[in-house]
Design a protein around this ligand. Structure first.
Ligand SMILES: *Cc1c(COP(=O)(O)O)cnc(C)c1O
Ligand code: SF4
Length: 449
């Protein structure tokens, strides 16, 4: 028997760990009660879910508490601001009433900017008959996001994730849509859309039968404008067996293949935050299987303090991706939500890390763009630091704009080493950034600098 067969005969049976059972993990039991309680405090506010693959194969338990994969999946005390931490800690010490704990959790969550970048109000599309599509977002002309209602969860949760309001049962905030039909109708009414991006949560949490219903609806409608189906997923990283040995793995790959054979480009937007996620035999084999369907794999990740804020790590990650046939796509600046104070990297430093990583990879790795902020007006890339007429500035540009005309126009902000997000920046040479007037008039959004 080859090594491969012995490993990939069948999936290990998936076991989830959440707040209710994490204390049963042997490695966790070795930690002090104080540490376990800290996790419980944070895990009652921010979402927490891990699985046996992450725990057994990705986390290096000899390197706790600094191990990146550990910080990526397990709640850490610093992820809550001290006042929020104290509040939840005191609540847990004084009561075991679930409702009371949940009320305090929600109160804290609402102070964490649960819907940054105007996601709730601004991007909800409508059918011509006025039906609002809460399971979709259409912000940039060519691409619409689709949130299947069955994929509002993931194989494990990233502690930095900005989708966290969807995972903690804040139901009224859940973007959920029951049917692919409305998606098809919307695409028929919007010929400018060429890309549909399935997102969530993680759409690869859906069973193949469910997923194929959506994809088949798109294929069968023979939409001339639909060129690309993208799938935003972290399954390659958190549960590669989805493409290897799960009982719907072959069916999943067959759906990819079918889309490709119908002339649709299938792009897997794979989330990899750390080179470790690209190192196990199972992820390497899963990448190979996905690529054999004709799908392409593009990769993206935010830049995160305490996890991957290191240039060598990024160049290694991009090199490994290229070697495995993946295409580096985006490095994101971490959003202004949740635990940004814990994960945030100032933009100037983010650019420095990006540049130092970028210069160490060949041209094939330089398909990556960043660091990019997905902000209310659009995706804004930090191009670098410059001196213009004796003034030190940060050069910026839109990679995507609410108005496509904004894209690729350079603009400048005053140099600020501490700025973490677009709103922290002040325009250089003018009162306002060039797009601000229009953003305010057309979209009713005022920048807060
Ligand atoms: C990033 C993003 C997209 C896709 O943009 P591309 O630059 O085409 O990858 C689409 N919609 C939203 C809301 C996004 O944030
Ligand atoms: S896999 Fe993606 S959607 Fe899920 S928790 Fe991580 S970043 Fe968020």
């Amino acid at each position: 028997m080859t090594y491969q067969e012995s490993v990939w005969d069948k999936s290990p049976s998936l076991k989830y760990f959440t707040l209710s059972n994490f204390r049963s993990i042997p490695h966790i039991q070795e930690m002090s009660e104080e540490k376990q309680f800290e996790m419980e405090v944070v895990g009652n506010v921010l979402p927490f879910k891990a699985n046996n693959y992450v725990i057994e194969q990705l986390i290096n338990w000899d390197n706790i508490p600094n191990d990146s994969m550990y910080v990526l999946t397990f709640p850490q005390k610093g992820m809550l601001r001290p006042e929020h931490y104290e509040k939840m800690s005191a609540t847990l010490k004084s009561t075991s009433d679930k409702k009371e704990i949940a009320d305090v959790a929600n109160e804290i969550r609402l102070q964490l900017n649960p819907h940054p970048a105007g996601q709730m109000e601004l991007n909800v599309p409508q059918l011509n008959d006025g039906t609002k599509l809460y399971g979709m977002q259409h912000k940039y002309k060519e691409t619409c996001l689709f949130f299947p209602s069955q994929s509002q969860t993931c194989h494990a949760y990233c502690s930095f994730c900005f989708r966290w309001p969807q995972f903690v049962g804040m139901d009224e905030m859940k973007f959920a849509m029951k049917e692919g039909e409305q998606l098809v109708q919307y695409l028929q009414e919007h010929q400018e859309i060429s890309d549909v991006l399935f997102t969530g949560g993680d759409p690869m949490i859906m069973k193949a039968r469910m997923f194929s219903a959506y994809v088949d609806a798109l294929i069968d409608a023979k939409l001339p404008n639909l060129k690309t189906i993208r799938i935003g997923t972290k399954a390659l990283s958190y549960w590669p067996y989805k493409f290897l040995t799960d009982n719907d793995s072959e069916e999943t790959l067959a759906i990819f293949e079918k889309a490709v054979q119908n002339g649709i480009h299938l792009a897997i937007m794979a989330h990899f935050n750390h080179p470790t996620e690209l190192s196990t035999p199972s992820v390497i084999e899963a990448i190979s299987k996905v690529r054999k369907t004709g799908a392409q794999i593009r990769t993206q990740s935010p830049l995160l303090a305490n996890i991957n804020d290191n240039a060598d790590l990024w160049s290694e990650m991009w090199r490994r991706q290229v070697q495995l046939g993946c295409i580096p796509y985006y490095m994101f600046a971490v959003r202004d939500t949740g635990a940004q104070h814990y994960f945030g990297v100032p933009l100037v430093r983010a650019h420095d890390i990006f540049q130092n990583a970028y210069k160490k990879v060949s041209g094939l790795g330089r398909t990556v763009r960043g660091p990019s902020m997905s902000a209310t007006p659009g995706k804004v890339q930090v191009d670098g630091i410059s001196v213009i007429h004796g003034e030190k500035v940060i050069a910026l540009r839109f990679l995507q704009g609410r108005n496509p005309d904004w894209v690729q126009k350079p603009f400048f902000a005053k140099y600020d080493e501490n700025a973490i997000w677009l709103d922290d920046l002040k325009p250089a040479f003018s009162e306002k950034f060039f797009f601000e007037e229009e953003l305010e008039q057309k979209y009713g959004v005022k920048m807060q600098h």
